[in-house]
Design a protein around this ligand. Structure first.
Ligand code: SF4
Ligand code: MG
Length: 329
């Protein structure tokens, strides 16, 4: 497998009236082609800020730093703003949660998709329309040759999300970042959209970075998972191993807060206490005020993200990760 996205030492700091607020701190992240990696965390954990920084779509008051930021063989850090924009339009794309506001309400779906093809693929109007119909079929829109003339408001929420995915894959990007793409949808439709993303990344050999707060989503489609807490990655590894044998108390608590047969309903809010504000983080381990495993050391010393002894490509940032890993949940 070839590496589509390579991120090292990513940080995002917001300038606020009260001073700089670190939202993302020293995050490493890789996604291979054909791979689906989930970035899991509560709202405010920094996952969306990280995603936007990778896309080059950070807010104006954000300062982004990274040691490495590569898309395939391209060093994104060395590109001009224009080069970045072109890359974003063609080789990497983002799918947002709110399809209605991401689509243009006064253009038909065919016109919006056709614009992409005419601009980047030099197609005629007729060719672009035919390609748009094919694309709508590919993302599972029924009667695409008719619906291509419809406007965004004429579609259901799930169908609109499919259209957003169609726009994202239109130019065959190497990487898609999907930020809570199913959160606004009901459970059945959620599953269908996940299935679509899952099959597209295989068929098109795309890398997918899926941002979510939903453990059900993760267990359904992710190859690997990175758990973020207070702006940092606190645990990472293959989805199977991480979900069955967590090594960080936060991940363990997430898993325990969900009835196993019905994980889909889970949100991360079932853990007692709330995540720290990035502006005001506790000393030592940022999870210590909420942690059932807390010891004195945790209040003064922040654990580094460290490889686990018994599994390859598994890491956790916890002084007691081996004990947590071997505890029966
Ligand atoms: Fe809990 Fe300590 Fe591990 Fe932090 S380092 S997660 S407080 S046991
Ligand atoms: Mg978010």
């Amino acid at each position: 497998t070839s590496r589509a996205l390579e991120v090292r030492g990513l940080s995002v700091t917001f300038a606020t009236r009260r001073g700089p607020v670190p939202a993302v701190v020293d995050v490493d992240l890789q996604v291979a082609r054909g791979e689906l990696v989930a970035l899991l965390g509560e709202s405010g954990s920094g996952k969306s800020a990280a995603a936007r920084a990778i896309m080059g779509l950070s807010d104006r008051n954000a300062t982004v730093g990274a040691d490495t930021l590569r898309l395939g063989d391209t060093d994104l850090l060395s590109l001009t703003e224009q080069g970045r924009r072109r890359t974003r339009g063609t080789r990497m794309a983002m799918v947002f949660q709110d399809a209605l506001s991401a689509l243009n309400p006064v253009l038909s779906i065919g016109d919006q998709l056709g614009e992409l093809y005419r601009e980047h693929r030099d197609m005629s109007r007729k060719q672009a329309r035919a390609a748009s119909v094919d694309l709508l079929a590919q993302v599972g829109i029924p009667a695409p040759d008719k619906r291509v003339s419809d406007y965004p408001h004429q579609f259901s929420g799930g169908m609109r999300q499919r259209i957003l995915i169609a726009m994202a894959i239109a130019l065959r990007p190497e990487l898609i970042i999907a930020d809570e793409p199913t959160t606004a949808l009901d459970v059945t439709v959620q599953a269908q959209i996940l299935e679509l993303l899952d099959s597209l990344r295989r068929d098109l050999d795309m890398a997918v970075l899926l941002i979510t707060h939903d453990l059900g989503v993760v267990s359904e489609v992710a190859d690997r998972v990175m758990v973020m807490y207070a702006g940092r990655v606190v645990e990472a590894g293959s989805a199977d191993d991480l979900l069955s044998r967590p090594a960080h108390p936060y991940t363990e608590a997430l898993l325990r807060s969900v009835p196993r047969a019905d994980r889909r309903d889970a949100t991360l809010h079932a853990i007692s206490g709330s995540p720290p504000s990035p502006a005001n983080q506790p000393a030592g381990c940022p999870f210590h005020p909420r942690c059932e495993y807390v010891i004195d050391l945790c209040r003064t010393s922040r654990p580094a993200l460290t490889p686990l002894e018994d599994a390859t490509a598994r890491t956790a940032a916890c002084h007691r990760s081996e004990e947590v890993r071997h505890a029966t949940v």
